[in-house]
Design a protein around this ligand. Structure first.
Ligand SMILES: [Zn+2]
Length: 359
């Protein structure tokens, strides 16, 4: 059964039961939906264009820093308020909502890592969800991530319970993190984390399920299995996606349900394909991609500049003549489009990796 056969499935942003059905369809059909960090209308369009080419669902996500960039770097974004991060994420979500139907595919809109010190950002986005829900009967965003993995597990789960209670009436999906993703992303540096924190145990993950499932079934878990943000040379940390299956087995022994957990794969950039396959089999429904698409976007510009260097030095004058204008080369639409073309290709590659392609 195609995801299009899910009752009510449509082009455009999907939330609530529809979004959750899509993630469950992914789990039972052995694929995952890739989530791409976006910081501009150009990167959003690249993700949507790739999804449209494949006729497959995709996810657009905003980090706190990416959201502030979306609103504009010059705007004040004070600690404890994060007004630009709230504004940028909300504006980004509205932009995706406006254009996604034209691309003809279902799209989820999500916000990425939110640590304890960034909770004002989370609160601001939830206020926007609640206002949108009042007007339209659904939240603005499909889902949000809370990352309290730096806090003790008990506090992490308690804060997640509090927020899921607020999100459940809107059927907004919560993604949470238990254990720590290593590396550096969006200014959060976990490169010095003790290695045991980089692997979640089945008991750790079960405590999350036991705490959250009485409130709402609509939550996903970013469990740590040696993941690292960014692309690095092979180091001491070893990716062990088979740990996720151990978590599923443990949860099944408690609930009697097969694969009751829904996992998210962070730090997927540069992952070996066999690790991704193991993760999909263990119930990963979403994988984050940031570093690889950042590189792809840049590479488009790099190649264009190298190929057209002689046309990009002055406004008038190029290898074809001293009076030849270069406007058609330095027009931002020209070189930003080159970035988009290489990003679209990389987004499609991620979809392929996650089996998010039509047979
Ligand atoms: Zn992450």
């Amino acid at each position: 059964m195609s995801f299009w056969d899910i009752p009510g499935m449509k082009a455009g942003v999907v939330t609530g039961d529809l979004a959750w059905s899509l993630l469950q369809h992914a789990k039972s059909n052995g694929y995952a939906i890739p989530a791409f960090n976006c910081t501009s209308s150009s990167t959003i369009n690249s993700v949507l264009e790739a999804g449209a080419k494949l006729n497959r669902p995709v996810m657009v996500q905003f980090s706190e820093g990416g959201a502030a960039f979306m609103a504009g770097k010059s705007l004040p974004n004070e600690k404890g308020k994060l007004q630009a991060s709230i504004l940028g994420a909300v504006a980004g979500a509205h932009l995706v909502r406006a254009v996604a139907p034209a691309y003809g595919i279902p799209v989820l809109v999500h916000s990425d890592h939110c640590a304890k010190k960034l909770l004002p950002w989370f609160d601001g986005m939830l206020e926007a969800d609640e206002a949108f829900f009042k007007a339209h009967g659904e939240p603005l965003f499909s889902s949000h991530m809370l990352d309290l993995s730096e806090e003790p597990d008990e506090e992490n789960i308690a804060i997640c319970k509090k927020y899921l209670t607020r999100m459940a009436p809107m059927k907004c999906i919560l993604e949470m993190e238990i254990g720590i993703t290593g590396g550096v992303e969006d200014g959060v540096d976990n490169s010095g984390t003790a290695s045991e924190k980089l692997y979640s145990t089945p008991e750790d993950v079960w405590a999350v399920y036991a705490g959250l499932s009485p409130i709402s079934p609509m939550f996903t878990i970013a469990a740590a299995f040696g993941n690292v943000h960014g692309v690095y040379k092979a180091g001491n940390v070893v990716l062990k996606p088979e740990l996720l299956q151990d978590c599923q087995n443990y949860a099944k022994s408690k609930t009697g349900t097969d694969r009751p957990l829904n996992f998210v794969f962070h730090g997927g950039s540069g992952s070996e394909k066999h690790h991704i396959a193991t993760a999909l089999a263990a119930g990963v429904v979403k994988m984050n991609v940031d570093t690889d698409t950042q590189w792809a976007y840049w590479e488009g510009l790099l190649k264009f500049y190298k190929a057209k260097e002689g046309y990009l030095q002055v406004q008038i004058g190029n290898p074809e003549g001293a009076d030849k204008p270069n406007k058609s080369y330095y027009d931002p639409r020209k070189w930003i489009r080159e970035c988009e073309v290489t990003m679209v290709a990389r987004v499609q590659e991620s979809c392929q990796d996650l089996s998010n392609v039509n047979p």
